[in-house]
Design a protein around this ligand. Structure first.
Ligand SMILES: *Cc1c(COP(=O)(O)O)cnc(C)c1O
Length: 361
């Protein structure tokens, strides 16, 4: 069996121990005589899987009791509509910081339902930095303030949260959830597609303060109403059963093997440092993001020559380092080094880059 180092931005690597356990349990989950894929979601055995996934997520992320955890479908992209439908219910206004494509999509979708103000943007420099924010420019009576905490495509991250006062802060954390501790109480709502750091695609996690739900607009489709999902324990309809099960295994791995989010953060910092310090000292490769806004998860870089970029991606793939091509809108390369990427994978990538540099100067 051959496993590659997969630097994909998502879907991305899963911990090998998780895949092995899933393989072991594929035909007979804990003596039930069934695969988790085949189970009724209303069965006792499945109920314990989803309940365990929620309680693990609550403990790993230290989610306060006054927050609901919802296991939904539709991807983070559905949240671009679900958030305004449920939360744009007062002034009908919301503020947005435009730090990349996902933030832009969230703003554009919200603009269909209300006033979606742009308070700052880093589009002028291809989203290579996080813009400075001035709270005086924030909409005082906004129903929420939206950020994309980690910008998957451009490799930036908010290292400081905006001070939005009483306006609930909403964040897309698709590509940084579970990568380090996060103070959930600072947010009104958090959402994430699972396929970056939690499990397979098909599961979307929403963590929302209780007092923000139950006020969805009349036109809100039933399936887009947080209250419906909260009232039904994420089982109003069939949930993404198997993806939730894998997510549970990932959370067990995080808690028991890694030792929680503080430990995960240390590992992720170590991995990112290996790559960033190489980039900072390389004569050929260069990171594209200003140093203080760098992401721990997504590391874009270039050689300065499109031909060399293409050559690098091709040779890296042949050597077992796959999915290093940058996003089609950015070009160059991007190494996504999510939780499941072992330090060894980053070290080997850097060694490969060093050799490529020596061979191509
Ligand atoms: C991947 C990603 C999305 C899109 O997620 P889908 O689940 O494909 O809808 C949105 N936001 C961020 C930050 C992402 O990384």
């Amino acid at each position: 069996m051959k496993r590659v180092y997969n630097f994909s931005a998502g879907p991305s690597m899963l911990p090998e121990a998780v895949l092995r356990q899933a393989a072991d349990e594929m035909l007979d989950y804990q003596g039930s005589g069934q695969s988790v894929m085949e189970m009724s979601h209303r069965s006792k055995v499945y109920e314990s899987i989803i309940n365990e996934a929620e309680s693990l997520l609550r403990s790993v992320m230290s989610i306060p009791d006054n927050y609901k955890v919802l296991f939904l479908q539709g991807g983070a992209s559905s949240q671009f509509a679900m958030v305004p439908l449920n939360l744009m219910n007062g002034s009908g206004k919301a503020d947005f910081v435009i730090t990349g494509q996902w933030a832009t999509k969230a703003q554009k979708e919200a603009a269909r339902y209300g006033e979606a103000n742009i308070v700052a943007s880093s589009k002028d420099k291809t989203f290579t930095y996080i813009p400075q924010l001035d709270p005086d420019t924030f909409t005082k009576d906004a129903d929420y303030f939206h950020i994309c905490l980690n910008n998957t495509i451009y490799g930036t991250k908010f290292h400081q949260l905006p001070d939005t006062g009483n306006v609930p802060l909403v964040a897309d954390i698709s590509s940084c959830i579970l990568s380090e501790p996060i103070d959930v109480s600072k947010f009104g709502l958090l959402y994430a597609g699972a396929q970056k750091n939690m499990g397979p695609a098909g599961l979307t996690v929403v963590i929302v303060r209780e007092d923000l739900i139950g006020k969805a607009r009349d036109i809100t489709p039933t399936m887009f109403d947080y209250q419906i999902h909260a009232d039904n324990g994420s089982m109003y309809n069939t949930p993404p059963c198997y993806a939730i099960y894998i997510c549970k295994l990932v959370l067990e791995w995080l808690q028991n093997t890694i030792g929680g989010l503080e430990a995960m953060k240390e590992i992720n910092e170590r991995k990112a440092n290996i790559l960033y310090s190489f980039l900072d000292n390389s004569q050929l490769f260069k990171g594209t993001v200003v140093a203080q806004d760098r992401s721990l998860m997504n590391v874009p870089f270039v050689t300065g020559s499109q031909e060399l970029d293409a050559k690098f991606v091709k040779e890296a793939e042949a050597a077992g380092f796959v999915n290093l091509k940058g996003h089609r809108t950015v070009g160059g390369m991007r190494a996504s080094i999510y939780n499941a990427m072992p330090q060894e994978g980053v070290e080997k990538l850097v060694a490969f880059m060093r050799q490529f540099e020596a061979d191509n100067r």
